[in-house]
Design a protein around this ligand. Structure first.
Ligand code: PLP
Length: 555
């Protein structure tokens, strides 16, 4: 394999390749595809010994530099970006591994500023944006030019992504961030996390009399308004951005090195179970495997929005029957759909179901397209051996599938693809009832407990349990994607006072840092409709000081 300088190309075709910088700043390819690397790099021959005692930031630098040429970011700068990004984490190990059974572990990914796993990627992406913009503007200044590059990030959220994005971008020069959410329809703790951030470049926009779909469609309209978009240089920070996937590869390696030595011995098997929505987190795991991390399988753990589970069982990718209607659309799907037109609209009239694990309530998983590309490539009837030719053929397959998906809301990928996918993935669907049951179980865990887990993590744990018979004697790592305090309603429902009178959420689960938010001032811009949002962005970008309505509230 040639190890020429790494570039990025679109899953949907075209022979054009982009630098890492352009791929990150562009996000979604103009042809609707997602950027992937021109080749999968090789690990250094001695990585198992050389990397074993590295800190998380050091490990991150080793892995990321395989994908980011030094001509794009010099090593010293990359180290600095990474160190700054992860200095905000509360745990010394950044993503610590916690033992929950004899050979069972939970990888806690929520020790960052917003207590959910999206911080791992968004703290890094924020620093990366700052670095690229500073460098571009420094160059303009040197050339004696007047103009400066600025980024206006606009996104809609129903909770998690919004706060992680705000914490990733707060106080970054040349970046302004507007996060839209339906007024009164997100949890108080989620609103407090966003609205108490005092930085001048952060705007929390509560859209009045709206639901999530309305916020999403406002963002979509702004992005597709060519003049508005280019005037303000709109930026999206959704999970289809390659830098987000890249940053997440690191914790799979980190988990591996935190396991006991016996897990790394010859013949030992390690399995990872991943609560999955948009397929970003688990795709990073797949890249880790592809790079050479010895893992046996990745378990796709879905909630009742189970399009992925059905794909891995049947080879058919389809939105499915109408399950229920919900006004609270998923932020994962929506942030993508709204800001970059990524989500195809299925014609079958299906809709997302609201579950106890809302961050995984999705109709279609946008990052799944990246896996589909590799499945197409790996199953080419007669590979030519010529990288570019094979790439073009895989892109052609993928384009056909995406077109069919867009047209009919479903696509049958067939046995070959299903089998190829089955080599790396198992899957499980976990119902709401089972999710609550799992939270109760871990609260009552003997020996390694009690352990209060959030509902997304509970989905992953249930999937682990069910998969165990497929590979006895394996080591199991379940990814924990949020702190239980972020999803208090499900946790309190599972551990109700009637059944667990001794359980006190405020005392034992809610961290001091989150309690303190109650005391802080909230800055929320209450806005009416698209025109209001447009006006706010225009006034802010003109340099006007727009004062938000302020007030205190309790969590
Ligand atoms: C976003 C999110 C997920 C889903 O991750 P994907 O990368 O979209 O699959 C799971 N759990 C929590 C808490 C999340 O915020």
């Amino acid at each position: 394999m040639s190890e020429s300088e790494m570039r990025y190309f679109s899953t949907r075709g075209g022979s054009e390749t982009l630098s890492f910088e352009d791929a990150v700043l562009t996000g979604l390819a103009p042809n609707g595809g997602l950027y992937i690397p021109t080749h999968i790099p090789s690990l250094p021959a001695d990585w198992q010994t050389k990397w074993a005692s590295l800190s998380f930031p050091e490990l991150s630098r080793e892995i990321l530099s395989l994908f980011i040429p030094t001509s794009v970011i010099p090593s010293k700068d990359l180290s600095q970006i990474i160190n700054t990004a992860y200095s905000t984490f509360r745990s010394e190990k950044t993503t610590p591994l916690r033992q929950t059974g004899e050979k069972e572990y939970v990888l806690e990914l929520w020790h960052g500023p917003t207590w959910a796993f999206k911080d791992v990627a968004l703290q890094f992406l924020g620093e990366l944006f700052r670095y690229f913009l500073e460098r571009r503007n420094g160059k303009l200044e040197k050339e004696g030019k007047e103009e400066r590059e600025e980024l206006t990030v606009v996104g809609a959220t129903s909770g998690d992504t919004g706060s992680a994005a705000i914490y990733g971008l707060r106080s970054k020069p040349s970046i302004t961030i507007f996060i839209l959410y339906p007024d009164g329809r997100i949890s108080p703790i989620q609103e407090a996390q966003m609205a108490t951030v005092p930085d001048e470049n952060v705007y929390c926009v509560a859209v009045q009399d709206s639901d999530f779909d309305t916020c999403q469609s406002i963002v979509k309209t702004l992005f597709s308004d060519k003049e508005f978009n280019s005037t303000h240089r709109l930026g999206a920070i959704n999970s289809i951005n390659w830098a987000r996937i890249l940053a997440q590869i690191v914790y799979y390696f980190s988990a591996y090195f935190q396991l006991p030595e016996s897990a790394r011995a010859e013949g030992a098997k390690v399995q990872f179970s991943v609560p999955t929505g948009n397929f970003g987190d688990i795709l990073a795991g797949w890249f880790a495997k592809r790079l050479g991390l010895p893992m046996d399988h990745l378990v796709v753990a879905t909630n009742e929005n189970d399009i992925l589970d059905r794909f891995f069982r049947t080879g058919r990718y389809e939105a499915g029957e109408e399950v229920s209607s919900s006004s609270q659309a998923p932020e994962t799907a929506a942030v993508n759909g709204s800001s970059d037109g990524q989500q195809a609209t299925p014609s079958s009239g299906s809709s997302v179901k609201s579950t106890h694990s809302p961050a995984m309530d999705i109709l279609l998983s946008s990052n799944f397209e990246r896996l589909l590309y590799y499945l197409a490539l790996d199953t080419l009837e007669i590979p030519s051996g010529d990288a570019e030719q094979d790439r073009a053929r895989a892109q052609e397959h993928l384009n056909g599938w995406m077109a069919e998906l867009k047209k009919n809301g479903k696509v049958n990928l067939g046995e070959r693809i299903k089998e190829a996918a089955g080599r790396d993935f198992w899957s499980e669907r976990v119902s709401d009832g089972q999710t609550l049951e799992e939270i109760r179980k871990y609260y009552q865990l003997p020996k390694y407990g009690p352990y209060v887990v959030d509902p997304h993590t509970a989905v992953g744990l249930a999937a682990t349990e069910r998969s165990q018979k497929k590979a006895p004697n394996s080591y199991w790592v379940t990814l924990s994607t949020a702190h239980p305090a972020k999803f208090s309603s499900a946790v309190e429902l599972a551990l109700s006072a009637k059944q667990f009178p001794e359980f006190n959420f405020r005392e034992t689960v809610l961290p001091e840092e989150l309690k303190k938010l109650e005391q802080l001032e909230k800055r929320v811009h209450k806005i009416n409709g698209e025109a209001g949002v447009r006006e706010l962005i225009e006034r802010v970008k003109k340099g006007e000081k727009v004062v938000p309505g302020e007030g205190k509230g309790s969590i």
